[in-house]
Design a protein. Sequence first.
Length: 48
Amino acid sequence: LFEKEVVKVKSSIAVITILGEDFEIIFVGGSTIVLTGKFKAIEYGENE
């Protein structure tokens, strides 16, 4: 899931949720994602 205020990434271990504002994807390659924007919180757990 990718929106301007939330990004969710399903990793091999758990779902990573990044909350913030004005997210933009700068680069995607291999196992790397580079984002820009204002980060407010990062949650790590099993929420989908």
